[in-house]
Design a protein around this ligand. Sequence first.
Ligand code: GLN
Length: 301
Amino acid sequence: MADAHARFGVVHDGTVADYIPALADADPALFGLSVVSVTGDSHDVGDADHPFSIQSISKAFVFALVAQDLGHDEVLRRIGVDSTGLPFDSVMALELNGGAPMNPMVNAGALATTSLVPGATPAEKWDRIVAGLSRFAGRPLEVDEDVYASEAATNQRNQAIATLLQSYGSIDADPVEATDVYTRQCSLLVTAHDLAVMAATLADGGVNPLTREQVVDAVACRDVLAALATSGLYEQSGRWLATIGLPGKSGVSGGIITIAPGKGGLATFSPPLDGAGNSVRGKLATQHLSRALGMNIFASA
Ligand code: GLN
């Protein structure tokens, strides 16, 4: 871990996301790594305790809650787990598939997933999401109000995607309300250490390594890991799987989680991103650690 931090801390490629104005203020020098095993052992290096908004990494955990609730067959039917091969905010992904979402890790599928969280009102859905993600983290999570306000003022594209989903009959919820709940979930504050705990929970069939609580069942976890393998890194998901060999999920604030099934979770945090919206240092450090620790699930030895 220390070696990965030292090797890639000197890389200065990539740019901090600025399409959400509040994210543009992030310090590009921040770099943290955290690994948590399914038994709760952990190792943190660098800025692993620096809080940042979870962004797209929330998609993995809200999908877990919905997969738990709907069950395997229904979640595949209503959301899907197939790769779009397109950027995370693509509208084309919906047009290609007759107006139905294809997977929960790009915005169209994520908005559909959030709208499927049980609850009579947006407030009830939100309460369920914040409680569920807090159980994954093993501590109460809170919204970064500045990031939320900043994205809420600029998320017309996501509102348009939700409206398109509604026009195809792919969501029942009001599109503006569904987008608002989704924007809040993306604004939850986490650290790399929190994300490693959340990833380790997915690695252990839904059991949180710190609290030992069964957050979701093992079948829901398997569905999440399948969706991450096909689409966790957007249009770079195949390249990620070929170089790292583990399911992962990135977010535009600079986090990436990686799950080693049965072993544990790794989280990296570094704000500068490549063109697809994936953390440059996070990808390099994860690739190095996957190789150094022999974690590639496709390796036979
Ligand atoms: N909240 C962001 C959005 O919907 C999340 C995107 C991401 O992290 N890739 O645009």
